[in-house]
Design a protein around this ligand. Sequence first.
Ligand SMILES: Nc1ncnc2c1ncn2[C@@H]1O[C@H](COP(=O)(O)OP(=O)(O)OP(=O)(O)O)[C@@H](O)[C@H]1O
Length: 359
Amino acid sequence: MEAEAVVEARGLEKAYGETVALSGASLSVERGEVFGLIGPNGAGKTTLVRALTGTTDPDAGTASILGESPTAVERDRLGVLPQDFSPPDRLTARELLEYYAGLYDDPRDPADVLADVGVVDSADTWYENLSGGQQRRVCVGSTLVNDPDVLFLDEPTTGIDPAGRRTVWRLIEDLAAAGTTVLLTTHDMAEAERLADRVGLLADGALVASGTPGALVAEYGGASRLTIETDAPLEALADLEFPVEAVELGRRQRSVADASDTQDSEGGASDGSTDRGATGKSTASPEASGTGAIVVRGVTPGEIATVVDFLEAEGIEYTGLSWSEPDLEDVYLSLADETERDRTRQVGEPDTAQAGETA
Ligand SMILES: Nc1ncnc2c1ncn2[C@@H]1O[C@H](COP(=O)(O)OP(=O)(O)OP(=O)(O)O)[C@@H](O)[C@H]1O
């Protein structure tokens, strides 16, 4: 039996004047699934959420929730946290949740919701006097008072401290385990990797890849990374014959937050990577000159000692070493900059024209 699609977008298009926000976005989220939407600033994530929740009309395509048009869904069944949600300042956290609870026939106890989002101690503080993170927690709470079946969270943990973020993560996990369907947008790859059963990457208004985090990493994540903190000039390393097979020498990988920043302060056009040498020899590109951390890609855990011995034999001093498997951030960085797309790529499914219909 085919799984029930609780949230579905088919070929959504939306333009604001000359600006194309959605260019044929399609996805489908099943009951109890957490779907994480990632993508660069301006990719269309918020517009997609708005089209799916009925707060903006698409120019083309269809959106549905629980089999109905977004505006026809019973409001008790839906929870929506907009990115720019800003409730009245002069109400306390408790009053705010009581206010929202009052909009529904059979709401949860606001005190329980405050406990869920970790705002018990500040429950009687005016919203305007709460910290940014506490405010965001209250906003998340306001979407939970009606115990929704489907929850849309647009950047739910932005501004929340690490401990609070984990509180919200556990909350979302518990909700999903109890059958709530969740679609969230985030710039936090750790959040997407931890929470999402499937992740969709939106670029230029369309989904360019979707799948489980593991499948996406396997398909697009690339090689492992051995990061060596060193003050040695990169040029000095470029001519070395590394004693391992696949080597791609490069500067420390930039973070997702910097990915669309063309003013790379370290001067690299991308991540400062060098040409791959067939025998492990790498040559630095002109942009890659300088010092700092270098990244050797494609080294297996068993080869780390070989690289360390080699650096010491060559007299290359280093101050730190770390090895990591590729992760969702690598997927993001490898896909987000590509702008020419004509259809969705489905990880683990045949690459057919139909693949663009659902995500
Ligand atoms: N109401 C609007 N009027 C005009 N342009 C808009 C409007 N809403 C969105 N846009 C434009 O549509 C594009 C997509 O915006 P959207 O907010 O959906 O992106 P996003 O992926 O959510 O970005 P971010 O990660 O920065 O939140 C952007 O170029 C934005 O400027």
